[in-house]
Design a protein around this ligand. Structure first.
Ligand SMILES: [Ca+2]
Ligand SMILES: [Ca+2]
Length: 381
């Protein structure tokens, strides 16, 4: 099958060395598989596979996701990228597959409409760049470089994330680090000089490397190692050759599992959405559930739109007024989803002086109704 993606990507231009992973699931649950493309520089597109004619992208896509930054050293600037593929799972258990991927200094989880799931992204190093200790132009700081896994841990949807700083984190469905101990008194007899089955999250995988020639990336998978009972173990491989396996307590099979990079042992890169729970879509209502521009106060001039709607809308007109009531910005967004919009809608307010402004958002719903919501935002210089 040959698909022409030009129209679906629109105006987007790619860096020459951007590489893509292809993942498949039925994101909108219409019974047919859809395709998710994720680029190493963050270009991302979700589309339906047409039986004929042009590719139709989903509303909210394409996007440029935060996977690449420009860094600077004394020789000049260079650009990072992350080639690891995403995990597909259903973290919020609404029956629609979600997308979890490693990005710059953080692991992100998006719903199928491209909006961040509540609580995400997860930052393993809140106060410094990932790879701060070893980074150089070959092994780049900020890059996580490892495909996350999805599993059910103690009955809760969870994500495992391997950091090149030598740690494996368990993260819950709202982006919070799991910190409980896996200590089990029955395991105590299995502890000694050569073996330890006592571990707390995060798990340590060799510790931080200070060797700037040694690849720091850690790759993880869940596989049945115990031939007697088929129990799955967590296996972690470092690029330096180390292999470690842990028995995880509380792991149960779930249709939303993504236990291998690539989804399954055959690397099909496909999540079978028909095995997930019935898709739950909220009852549509022509309402603005949440609206604000952030950050507030605004520093740096570029505001991101946070807009959550009760039903799809044809357009949202955003007007910014100064204290005298004069319109200082008037911008219209089109093609809006039900639910939270992706954070790819930005408004340039860099021409505004330091002051307090009123922002009006007027939404025209596809059903014909109109609603407005107000916000006050401070601008600092
Ligand atoms: Ca579909
Ligand atoms: Ca979901």
């Amino acid at each position: 099958m040959n698909l022409d993606l030009n129209a679906a990507w629109g105006e987007e231009a790619f860096p020459d060395n951007e590489t893509f992973s292809v993942s498949v699931s039925d994101f909108d649950r219409d019974g047919a598989d859809d395709v998710f493309l994720l680029g190493s520089h963050g270009s991302a597109l979700l589309f339906r596979v047409p039986t004929s004619g042009p590719v139709v992208r989903f509303v909210g896509w394409p996007q440029i996701l935060p996977r690449s930054v420009e860094l600077e050293d004394t020789l000049g600037t260079y650009v990072t990228q992350d080639r690891s593929p995403p995990a597909l799972t259903d973290l919020n258990r609404d029956g629609h597959p979600d997308i979890v991927f490693s990005g710059t200094n953080a692991v992100h989880a998006l719903d199928w409409r491209g909006a961040p799931l509540p609580g995400w992204p997860f930052r393993m190093q809140p106060r410094q760049a990932v790879g701060f200790t070893y980074s150089n132009r070959r092994l780049l700081a900020t890059v996580i470089g490892s495909s996350p896994l999805a599993l059910s841990l103690r009955g809760r949807p969870s994500v495992l994330v391997a950091s090149p700083d030598g740690l494996i984190y368990a993260v819950d469905s709202v982006g919070k680090q799991v910190t409980y101990t896996s200590f089990d008194p029955a395991q105590q007899k299995g502890t000694g000089m050569l073996m330890s089955d006592l571990s707390d999250w995060p798990l340590s995988m060799g510790g931080i490397s200070l060797d700037t020639m040694r690849s720091p990336y850690v790759h993880i998978a869940l596989a049945p190692l115990d031939s007697a009972n088929g129990a799955r173990a967590l296996i972690a491989q470092s690029a330096a050759g180390g292999l470690t396996a842990w028995t995880l307590a509380g792991v149960a099979a779930s249709a939303a599992d993504w236990p291998f990079p690539g989804g399954d042992a055959g690397r099909s890169f496909r999540l079978d959405a028909s095995a997930l729970g019935t898709a739950v879509d909220p009852v549509p209502s022509a309402s603005i559930e949440e609206f604000h521009l952030f950050p507030s106060p605004l520093r740096g001039g570029i505001a991101t739109v946070h807009l959550k709607l009760g039903s799809p809308a044809t357009r949202a007109r955003i007007r910014v007024y100064d204290l005298a009531g004069k319109t200082v910005k008037d911008e219209t967004l089109t093609g809006l989803n039900s639910g939270l919009q992706p954070y790819n809608r930005k408004i340039d307010l860099s021409h505004l002086g330091a002051d307090v402004y009123s922002v009006q958002c007027e939404v025209s719903f596809t059903t014909g109704g109109k609603k407005t919501k107000w916000q006050r935002i401070g601008v600092v210089k």
